[in-house]
Design a protein around this ligand. Structure first.
Ligand code: SF4
Length: 342
């Protein structure tokens, strides 16, 4: 292994189920997921966190089934919309020990059972050597699932402590180091996709962080080619609400590892944005979803980026001979007018 990462636990089980179905993988994936939605959902017995689900009351079980169905549908739709996973892909699922990445692995495992394309899932956790990191939690959980996994050890904690002055937020450097380690490892194991557990709310928060603090209109894409073009990053939870993932984690009783072991304050700017969005959501339910929809529905000609739209070459069409209706004024939201008396 290069880059100093040391594999302490490695367990791999070859996926022997060969599924060969007709049709293009993308169309097939979407179709398969739709079939799955229609199928009767059941608790996955035998998984470590499922004891709680099995003990639920009838009413709670109905809630859980609806929640699980919604999450699976959201993940399936995101995968299909962005062609995230194709036949033969080896997907490295990054696990931090937080609710989102546990949820992502759980849902991907269940979707794979009925997916019409064959793909591998390999769970990877990077142990950054934060004090008090409970090393046994993830290996125990993953062994129980029977999923192939690697735990990498890399002491990024000490590097961050050395470089960043006391009292300053360490998250920026910490996540860059983590990303570098995971990207490098993905190449070593021949992963064709790196799945990260960012959800819809993370994406919307990032949009505002970039707008408020960087003067940029950009968020987190559901699918991304790394700068060196060696890794494709996917975010299968892109359509999932954080609230749903939170409830799902509690139902499934995932063994959550606290995210404050590094002793760093949470990124304060993100905390501010989170509380701003939460306040909006309380006042205007559905606002976060609406903002997320806007990220998927961009009109470059209605923004002001000269690199994105060729404003310079806009000209009146002097050759136009028909007399079309005056187009809807999309800027001022006036309706279309077909007759004008001057
Ligand atoms: S909270 Fe700690 S572990 Fe998480 S990104 Fe920030 S510095 Fe790294």
């Amino acid at each position: 292994m290069s880059f100093g990462a040391h594999i302490v636990v490695a367990f791999r089980r070859k996926n022997k189920r060969a599924r060969s179905r007709a049709g293009s993988p993308r169309a097939g994936f979407a179709a398969g997921l739709r079939t799955r939605q229609a199928s009767k959902l059941r608790a996955n017995s035998g998984q470590p966190g499922d004891i709680t689900v099995q003990e639920l009351s009838r009413k709670d079980k109905t809630h859980f089934n609806k929640l699980q169905k919604r999450l699976r549908r959201n993940v399936g739709n995101a995968i299909a919309d962005y062609n995230m996973i194709e036949h033969g892909d080896r997907v490295m699922v990054c696990l931090s020990g937080g609710k989102d990445s546990y949820g992502m692995l759980d849902i991907l495992l269940s979707l794979r059972q009925n997916a019409p394309v064959d793909f591998e899932l390999i769970a990877v956790n990077l142990d950054q050597k934060q004090p008090g990191f409970p090393e046994e939690v993830l290996p125990n959980y993953l062994s129980g699932l029977g999923v192939p996994y690697y735990i990498l050890e890399k002491d990024t904690y000490s590097i961050v402590r050395e470089v960043i002055p006391e009292g300053k937020t360490t998250c920026g450097l910490c996540s860059r180091l983590r990303r570098g380690s995971l990207y490098g490892f993905a190449q070593e194991i021949g992963a064709t996709r790196i799945a990260l557990g960012h959800h819809r709310d993370d994406i919307v928060e990032t949009l505002f962080l970039n707008m408020f603090f960087n003067g940029k209109l950009k968020a987190m894409p559901p699918k991304l080619l790394s700068d060196d073009r060696q890794n494709v990053v996917i975010r299968p939870l892109a359509y999932c609400k954080e609230k749903d993932l939170d409830r799902y984690a509690r139902y499934k009783n995932f063994p959550i590892i606290p995210c404050n072991l590094c002793g760093s304050q949470e990124n304060l700017q993100r905390v501010q944005i989170k509380s701003m969005l939460a306040a909006w959501e309380r006042q205007y339910p559905g606002r976060t979803e609406s903002i997320f929809r806007s990220i998927r529905n961009v009109a470059p000609s209605q923004l002001a980026d000269t690199g994105l739209f060729d404003f310079g070459s806009l000209r009146i069409d002097a050759n136009r001979t028909d007399s079309p209706a005056i187009a809807e004024d999309t800027e001022l939201y006036f309706p279309a007018i077909s007759v004008v008396n001057l």
